[in-house]
Write a protein that binds this ligand. Structure first.
Ligand code: PXP
Length: 240
């Protein structure tokens, strides 16, 4: 069965809205683990709009599954990540004015930087995933840069309407096959929710999904444990 990692950033978004200490994203992470998540994802952004440095260190200490630290490959955040030593780093592009990570990394044009940063993480035993559009050139570049995983960006699939949905699904299927052929681990995420997850979950090669917004939004009404379990149920229904 496919695995679910839960992104808990938006619990911190709510906390930061008041500058208080609740709700606590670390508590959310522990509940998500108990509900069946195989990992916790958290994005330490340059502007620290949600997750703070202290959260990441605490997550590292208390998680029983794995910590996937999402981050831009900037010097400052790379230094912090090398100190935290997460199980996995997922490198993403980051623009200050964006509401969320908008596109995939252009590994082709930033090849040297990606390779250097990947080597730094490997020297500390940290696995590296590159968040990319489902495109063959990006997958090949990720492999050549030394990445262990790619995370296929599902945002365009999630935003597609009508016949474009099938087209985006085909792109993801092809990309997953290409990545598998190169021996990369394959994760996927962005914009996935209770309504659109199942077709992507049927793609055999994808091993794990990274989902945040929809789970935290649902949790406001039904509680986090149930929200995580309902998402895992969809993965179970999708089979393989
Ligand atoms: N994967 C990556 C690389 C992301 O940047 C995000 C958003 O933080 C997600 C997955 C989760 O996306 P969503 O919150 O839309 O589920």
């Amino acid at each position: 069965m496919k695995r679910l990692s839960v992104n808990i950033d938006h619990v911190a978004t709510l906390r930061q809205a008041r500058g208080e200490n609740e709700p606590d994203p670390v508590t959310a992470a522990l509940i998500a683990e108990l509900a069946g998540a195989v990992g916790i994802v958290s994005h330490l952004r340059e502007d620290r709009r949600h997750i703070q440095d202290g959260d990441v260190y605490l997550l590292r200490k208390v998680l029983k599954t794995k910590l996937d630290l999402e981050m831009a490959a900037t010097d400052e955040i790379v230094e912090i990540a090398l100190d935290v030593v997460p199980d996995l780093v997922t490198l993403v592009p980051e623009r200050r004015e964006e509401l969320t990570t908008e596109g995939g990394l252009d590994v082709v044009s930033q090849f040297k930087r990606m390779k250097t940063v990947t080597e730094k993480f490997h020297s500390k035993g940290i696995l590296v995933s590159l968040f990319i559009a489902p495109e063959k050139e990006q997958i090949a570049a990720a492999k050549n840069a030394g990445a262990d995983f790619v995370e296929l960006h599902t945002g365009e699939y999630a935003n597609a309407k009508g016949s474009a949905v099938e087209h985006q699904l085909d792109r993801l299927k092809r990309a997953a096959r290409d990545a598998r052929a190169l021996g990369l681990g394959i994760n996927a995420g962005h914009g996935l929710n209770y309504r659109n997850l199942k077709p992507v979950a049927k793609i055999e090669e994808i091993e794990e999904f990274s989902i945040g917004q929809s789970i935290i939004a649902h949790a406001v009404f039904v509680g986090l444990e149930r929200a995580v379990k309902e998402m895992i149920d969809i993965l179970r229904e999708a089979g393989n």
